[in-house]
Design a protein around this ligand. Structure first.
Ligand SMILES: *Cc1c(COP(=O)(O)O)cnc(C)c1O
Ligand SMILES: [Zn+2]
Length: 471
């Protein structure tokens, strides 16, 4: 099968059914020029004719010397057929892992064999962002962009920087807020040579500025308002299904920041159902941090719903006005989801409706305890990722998720992204604990693995090992 691609099968379309305006994929938009809503990449599936069976994708495993068959994103090219193969940009993203974890499952409350962790920390830059970045870069290459920019809590900038460094296709310009980025992530952007602009403000401020600057200077914007990013992130779900022998799980649980991932997952499942690859979609759970809980607030307390596209956004506008009036800023140790104005809000509402979704918020304590359990289970993650596990635990306790159901928690970023949070949790140094965690209302480290301090004497060391490692 050849990939019939480009303008004959792919176009951009406003997600609002009231507007529905369409645009060529040769154009660059980060919002609908007619109504300023979000844009989708849409396909004429009748013309592009995606494979009728998943085994088509499996066969590509035998062609791993072909970079397009090797990539965990482009192996599924037929499900995002907007680019001609010769324009595709890949640096080997998407070699990720779905692992059953009975120890994390016991913590969450599911029966053995049921809890799965989709470990996206294995991507080249250490987070799921590379899935979307390879797709955005591909589009940037199609239209000949020379500079790309993003606002970032850290991982988008790390991803943009590594794609620029490896491919040399564009110059990276990243906008970060002051004091909010973890060293693991900042070090990547600096090391990979990105032009790094730190502005006095938080992520939401950086996002507003980068949009203005990009449109004034004609710089290609790679935040997840870029609809091509979302196309790449769909592939996380194809890989989940692939790892499950193409069976649809009962639940997908994902942290919610800018809500690009949850939006992408919903789109992936809707499209697979539309083209007949699956006959049912899983349920979706989107988990906010309590300190950055816009989706939770709007969904639970202000009745915001997609309503088949007839969404009334006035509750969101009022809420944002209140945030401004009260000078309320997002605040959570899960810095990757420390976002109060999620740019993909409406797409996420659509995904929640299409996947019979739920929204929860989790505390800093719940996030850190879940993170420690994930680490102890062997696939460490950063705090934001652990929100998915903490959220799954809540949903099992409520009886919303049944203990027998098959649950996939997406671990969005690698453990080494934020060593400060990990060390502060496990530390014996009370002032470090207080500085980093106590100040956030975290009162205990229930699963801390504390270092044992001994003198520089062989007997003391042997005694400690006998005592703690049980002979
Ligand atoms: C970006 C990011 C998120 C948030 O994802 P959204 O798609 O913006 O909701 C969560 N976890 C990590 C590690 C991230 O880098
Ligand atoms: Zn529109």
């Amino acid at each position: 099968m050849s990939v019939a691609s480009r303008t004959d099968v792919a176009f951009q379309q406003c997600i609002s059914p009231r507007c529905g305006a369409t645009f060529s994929i040769d154009e660059v938009h980060t919002s609908c020029p007619v109504c300023s809503g979000l844009l989708d990449i849409a396909y004429d599936w009748d013309r592009s004719r995606p494979p009728s069976s998943f085994h088509f994708f499996e066969k590509k495993w035998t062609r791993r010397s072909d970079p397009l068959a090797f990539s965990g994103v482009w192996r599924f090219h037929e499900m995002l057929p907007f680019a001609p193969p010769e324009k595709v940009v890949t640096i080997g993203e998407g070699q990720t892992l779905l692992a059953v974890s009975d120890s994390v499952g016991a913590f969450v409350g599911t029966r053995p064999g049921r809890l799965h962790l989709q470990y996206e920390g294995l991507n080249p830059s250490g987070s799921f962002k590379d899935n979307g970045m390879s797709a955005a870069f591909t589009h940037a290459r199609m239209i000949g962009a020379k500079r790309a920019a993003c606002a970032s809590t850290g991982n988008t900038s790390a991803s943009l920087a590594v794609y620029c460094a490896v491919t040399r296709l564009m110059r990276a310009i990243i906008f970060i807020g002051s004091g909010k980025i973890s060293y693991g992530k900042l070090s990547q952007a600096l090391d990979y040579g990105a032009l790094t602009i730190q502005i006095a403000g938080d992520f939401d401020d950086a996002m507003a500025r980068v949009k203005e600057v990009s449109s004034r200077l004609g710089i290609y914007l790679v935040n997840s308002v870029n609809p091509f990013r979302i196309e790449g992130q769909k592939t996380i779900m194809y890989r989940v299904l692939e790892s499950l022998g193409w069976e649809v799980p009962d639940w997908i649980v994902v942290p919610g920041g800018n809500l690009g991932n949850s939006s992408a997952f919903g789109k992936a499942f809707s499209e697979m159902k539309h083209v007949g690859l699956i006959d049912r979609v899983p349920r979706l759970a989107v988990i906010n941090a309590a300190g950055a809980n816009t989706l939770y607030e709007l969904y639970h307390h202000r009745g915001l719903r997609w309503q088949k596209g007839q969404v009334d956004l006035s509750p969101a506008c009022h809420y944002y006005d209140e945030l401004d009036r009260d000078k309320k800023k997002a605040n959570t140790i899960a810095s990757a989801i420390e976002i109060n104005r999620p740019v993909n809000l409406t797409k996420c509402l659509r995904a929640l409706e299409e996947c019979d979704g739920v929204v929860r918020e989790v505390s800093e304590q719940e996030i850190l305890d879940a993170k420690a359990q994930v680490g102890a289970g062997g696939l460490g993650c950063e705090p934001a990722s652990a929100a998915s596990v903490a959220g799954a635990k809540q949903l099992v306790a409520e009886g919303v998720i049944d203990r027998d159901e098959r649950v996939v928690c997406v671990l969005t970023g690698h453990q080494l992204k934020d060593p400060t949070a990990t060390v502060a949790y496990h530390t014996t140094d009370q002032s470090l604990f207080n500085d980093v965690l106590g100040s956030r209302g975290v009162s205990r480290a229930s699963f801390a693995n504390r270092a044992i301090t001994v003198g520089n004497r062989i007997e003391e060391i042997i005694q400690a090992i006998d005592l703690y490692a049980l002979g």
